[in-house]
Design a protein around this ligand. Structure first.
Ligand code: MN
Length: 462
């Protein structure tokens, strides 16, 4: 893995894929199969490519991959018995599990284009790639797959290299960036930053400066504070309406004013609260209500992708939110804020030199929320960034201990590149169980006896 990002080498790969795709589209391909990830970034990427293919007059089928089955199993249902090089497959925001994919691709005649920004298994030999694969992944050249380049940014670069007029769909790109980077627009870096600027220059979206309370930017001051999940605001996020109203009235702020309508004095008083900062956020001017705000739009897509993928895909084309989606969204953010509050105040923690265990079982936090609560508490820095977080508890149906495991980038740096995936592999080797993940996030299920041993010896697993 390169230390300093190699821009030239990455752009050379991208250009090679663009040329090959353009040439074959004119003379060879008669059908394109699209495969994308079931999240906001994946859906945005998918629609960017669909718009490209529409302009190129190429027919396409699409499939959403949620990683619940192996690539072999998934592709078995998609690839036809009769092979043909007249079909191309384009993977967006997925496809970097090369040890699973390469053996399949090697035995096929179709052309494969993988546009992904997830990290690749280190063991891959890039000189041993099949000729029918174009693999474009900026992380291979030292870019950060979240901060520097979202899946949608990469897809945007591919699509606009073929047809520059596709910049008009840049709002899709921004939704992908907002969902994956989890930061305000002023903190974007590298290709994310450059691409966002190009889209702004074309006046496709609008950039605004204001208080950053991601989760409910579209709502009243009271609800924005109550449901702020990024940042988590101690004393406000997850608190009761009455508590927040009382606080706001002592600050002489009208609790029912829209957050984006508050005046300079009100902004200044809110800035005195912990964690609250000014920053830039992005508006989609042609949408209304909550869907105008890219972070919230993106979070909604992420939530719906797990519950109802068709609802997620169709919301992209809608100007305003459906009642169904609105209810799901409201419950989600308010639960998440409340869970982070519980995590930072009420739940018992067991800390060692390198780890923090938090028992969220027995109804303390609903098991379906363990994963997101762990992720957002990590992003918000609610715990010591030098420790790995193990959040979970007894899962009633399996009688096993289920754990969501998270760590920060700082942790990986100070622990010689040891991330969540390495620790989970070590645990499985010594204690059994099943699970997996990547550097920053993963999960594992263990027997209760193994969990007891793990807690006693956790510092030996790093
Ligand atoms: Mn992504």
């Amino acid at each position: 893995m390169a230390k300093k990002p190699d821009r030239t080498a990455f752009l050379r790969d991208l250009e090679g894929a663009v040329e090959h795709f353009t040439d074959n589209s004119k003379s060879n391909y008669n059908n394109i199969v699209l495969i994308s990830h079931n999240d906001a970034d994946g859906i945005s990427s998918l629609q960017l490519i669909q718009n490209l293919l529409y302009k190129m007059k190429l027919s396409n089928d699409y499939f959403i991959y949620n990683r619940s089955v192996s690539w072999e199993h998934f592709l078995h249902g998609i690839l036809p018995k009769r092979q043909t090089n007249k079909t191309a497959l384009i993977f967006t925001d997925v496809g970097s599990n090369l040890s699973d994919l390469l053996p399949i691709i090697k035995n096929r005649e179709e052309h494969f284009y993988i546009l992904d920004h997830h990290e690749v298994d280190n063991a891959i030999d890039f000189n041993d790639f099949p000729n029918n694969l174009h693999f474009i992944n900026p992380t291979v050249y030292g870019f950060d797959g979240l901060a520097d380049i979202a899946g949608s940014t990469l897809t945007h670069m591919f699509a606009t290299s073929i047809d520059p007029s596709l910049i008009k769909y840049g709002w899709l790109t921004v939704i992908g960036i907002a969902g994956d980077s989890l930061r305000s627009m002023d903190k974007l870096q590298s290709f994310n930053k450059e691409t966002y600027q190009e889209i702004l220059d074309e006046e496709i979206v609008e950039d605004r400066k204001g208080l950053i309370l991601f989760g409910s930017m579209h709502d009243t001051v009271k609800n924005s504070l109550k449901n702020s999940i990024l940042p988590f605001i101690p004393g406000f996020s997850g608190e009761s309406d009455l508590h927040i109203k009382t606080q706001l009235s002592t600050m002489h702020i009208d609790a029912n004013k829209k957050l984006i309508d508050i005046n300079e004095n009100e902004i200044q008083s809110l800035l005195k609260l912990p964690k609250i900062n000014l920053g830039n956020y992005c508006i989609l001017p042609f949408k209304s209500g909550m869907l105008r705000f890219t972070f919230e739009h993106s979070l909604l897509l992420n939530i719906l992708s797990f519950k109802n993928i068709s609802a997620a895909i169709s919301i992209m084309a809608q100007k305003s939110i459906t009642r169904y989606a609105k209810t799901i969204y409201k419950d989600y953010v308010s639960d998440l804020a409340i869970n982070m509050k519980k995590l930072s105040q009420d739940l018992s923690k067991n800390e060692t030199k390198n780890a923090i265990f938090i028992d969220a079982g027995n109804g303390k936090i609903a098991p379906s929320n363990w994963s997101d609560t762990a992720s957002f508490s990590m992003v918000n820095g609610l715990f010591d960034q030098n420790k790995m977080l193990f959040l979970g508890g007894l899962e009633k149906k399996t009688r096993m201990i289920k754990l969501s495991v998270r760590c920060s980038r700082k942790f990986i740096k100070t622990h010689k590149n040891c991330g969540v995936n390495n620790v989970i592999t070590n645990i499985k080797q010594k204690l059994g169980g099943n699970g997996g993940g990547h550097k920053l996030a993963g999960g594992i299920r263990l027997s209760q006896a193994s969990f007891k041993l793990l807690k006693q010896n956790i510092d030996n697993y790093f």
